[in-house]
Design a protein around this ligand. Structure first.
Ligand code: GCB
Length: 584
């Protein structure tokens, strides 16, 4: 799916701003779009409302717009959108984190038109993420089956995208790199039979470097040193006039998993970075480009080179920033909460839960894999797909559930990126039934926090023991941590550095983890949990949310930030393991 841009042949109208808003059968108020509704309204009941949210906005259609194809495009609506124009149903979309668009020519007239979006924030055992839904005497509730607040609303921009009648629908980019040269292939989809196309590749100075897909002396996209070419695609009429034009930026890099290594451009890459959330004060999960830019800059300041889009596809705007800045991204679907009766503490047994009989998320899961790959397939920054976060893979049925989903992802991605999922502590090597499907073993581990709290010595031994067991079973699969961390309340200090929640303990915990990471040749990356503190549902383990951030929710650094900065600025993107093990 193409990102909405204005081009010589296309216009774009942004409907962001103040919209009319009401809860079903309640009075109208104002709401800003994009943004979560929850922290724009005031009061517990409103913030936690479950049901239909009604958004309305008037927009203008000019006569000349009707000569073209008018698309109404949503960056995302969380979680279900029913879209009406002038009271007629235009379409429905399920899944709160991927874009969708409808052709609306049939529904609009010249002059004023009324757009209405009925948004549902309901989650249940058929949706992703998974929620525990109840309805007692008309009182609807969703208890999140995951550890972040169920922010909802129109989270990303709404745009009118005016395209020519005959137009380009999509561009799929693949390439082969051979020494200094690359051969790029374009699969261009249009709504025209036998389209006449002209494709040129431009460099960053806008000089045409190729018209046949061959780039000599190719400049590769490198971590934190991105280079983006432009594919200018023109759809021509029989007499050679340009009917439609779209320019897609793209980087060229190779990705391969071989002998315990994650190779980018043939060199062994070390991931340093974060699991993050799209989360901030007031905006909730709504697109905030100021926040995105400042987060990218803070991550760079720390020496990070990567993040995972935990636990849902991030905004297209963030993906484009990452692509431009050279951030390496593990791109995750919305599949979180795939564990019956999830609790905060990761404690408890996985036996007798029957997750794979109880949940019915297959359809939603296939859809999000399709939509995510369709949206992000051309980004060089995306180096791996994460099919799920912490599914209950120790339970019978997990392999059967995941095998077809991995197959689907591998079939859809023409760039053949590696695939993985983030494994939960409750599914260690002798219990996890789905890890064989992964190209890289991504583990979320909390030794010294959820287990062995306050005894980092034992924690270290247990962690090392577990890692070595994974390596024994899968000697060729590289291993990384996609989560590790401890809740830390900024400003709490203690001379006893083993005191949980103190800034001192956070540092000790990280040091212990790092010593283990640095001793293992097959260990290829560390992504902390979390980049910043974030909002969750209420819980005895949560003090106004999850406090495992390296930064506070306001984006101020905790003491650990200095420590990480010192470490990460010394770790090169490539060849770290060779370097650190040689030193020993
Ligand atoms: C996890 C989850 C993440 C939680 C985190 C925690 O394993 O993947 O969503 O927020 O643990 O802090 O407990």
């Amino acid at each position: 799916m193409l990102y909405p841009l204005q081009t010589k042949t296309r216009d774009l109208i942004d409907l962001s701003g103040i919209w009319k808003f009401n809860f079903e059968n309640e009075k109208e108020e104002m709401i800003a779009v994009p943004g979560s509704f929850n922290d724009q309204v005031v009061g517990h009941d409103k913030k936690n409302y479950v049901g239909n949210l009604i958004y309305q906005k008037d927009f203008l259609i000019k006569e000349e717009m009707l000569l073209n194809e008018i698309f109404l495009r949503f960056g995302s609506v969380t979680h279900v959108a029913k879209v009406y124009i002038n009271n007629e149903l235009v379409g429905t979309h399920k899944g709160g984190f991927t874009p969708f668009e409808f052709n609306i020519n049939k529904y609009v007239k010249e002059g004023e038109n009324r757009l209405k979006v009925i948004v549902s924030n309901k989650l249940d055992y058929t949706s992703l993420p998974v929620g525990n839904y109840s309805n007692e005497n008309g009182q609807e509730k969703v208890d999140e089956n995951f550890d972040f607040f169920n922010y909802a609303g129109i989270h990303r921009p709404v745009k009118l995208w005016i395209k020519p009648k005959q137009h380009i629908d999509d561009i799929v980019i693949t390439y082969e790199v051979n020494k200094n040269n690359a051969k790029v292939s374009f699969d261009v989809k249009t709504n025209v039979e036998n389209p006449k196309l002209k494709i040129s590749i431009l460099d960053e100075k806008n000089t045409v470097v190729s018209t046949d897909g061959v780039i000599t002396n190719v400049r590769l996209w490198e971590p934190l040193n991105a280079y983006l070419y432009k594919a200018k695609v023109e759809l021509l009429s029989n007499d050679g006039k340009v009917i439609d034009e779209y320019t897609e930026e793209f980087g060229i890099r190779t990705v391969e998993v071989r002998d315990n290594k994650f190779l980018i451009n043939g060199k062994s890459f070390y991931f340093k970075g974060f699991g993050r959330h799209e989360d901030s004060y007031i905006h909730g999960r709504g697109l905030d480009e100021v926040l995105n830019v400042s987060d990218i800059n803070r991550m760079k300041w720390l020496g990070a080179n990567s993040f995972r889009t935990s636990h849902y596809p991030y905004s297209e705007e963030m993906m484009r920033l990452a692509d431009r800045e050279g951030f390496v991204v593990i791109d995750e679907t919305t599949a979180v909460g795939l564990m019956a009766n999830f609790g905060f503490d990761l404690i408890g047994t996985t036996e007798k839960k029957n997750t794979w009989e109880k949940i019915n998320t297959k359809e939603a899961h296939e859809q999000v894999i399709r939509e995510l790959i369709d949206r992000d397939k051309n980004y060089a920054c995306v180096v791996m797909w994460s099919i799920a976060n912490e599914p209950s893979t120790a339970e019978k049925g997990a392999y059967e559930y995941f095998e077809p989903l991995f197959k689907l992802a591998r079939k859809l991605d023409k760039q053949k990126r590696p695939c993985t999922f983030a494994n939960i502590m409750l599914a260690p090597v002798n219990k996890c039934l789905a890890s064989s499907l992964c190209d890289v073993l991504c583990l979320n581990r909390y030794y010294g926090w959820y287990v062995n709290l306050g005894d980092l010595k034992v924690a270290r031994e247990k962690m090392l023991e577990e890692l070595n067991l994974w390596h024994e079973k899968y000697p060729n699969k590289p291993i990384m941590f996609t989560e590790y961390g401890v809740d830390t309340i900024a400003g709490i200090h203690d001379i006893d550095e083993m005191t949980p929640f103190s800034e001192e303990f956070q540092i000790e915990y990280y040091k212990m983890n790092e010593e283990v990471f640095d001793s293992l040749s097959y260990f290829i990356g560390e992504q902390t949990w979390n980049y910043a503190d974030f909002q969750t549902k209420y819980g005895l383990f949560r003090v106004q949310g999850n406090k495992k951030g390296i930064f506070t929710r306001e984006r101020n650094p905790k003491s650990i930030a200095k420590h990480l900065k010192n470490r990460w600025t010394m770790i090169p993107n490539y060849g770290y393991k060779e370097l650190v093990l040689e030193k020993k």
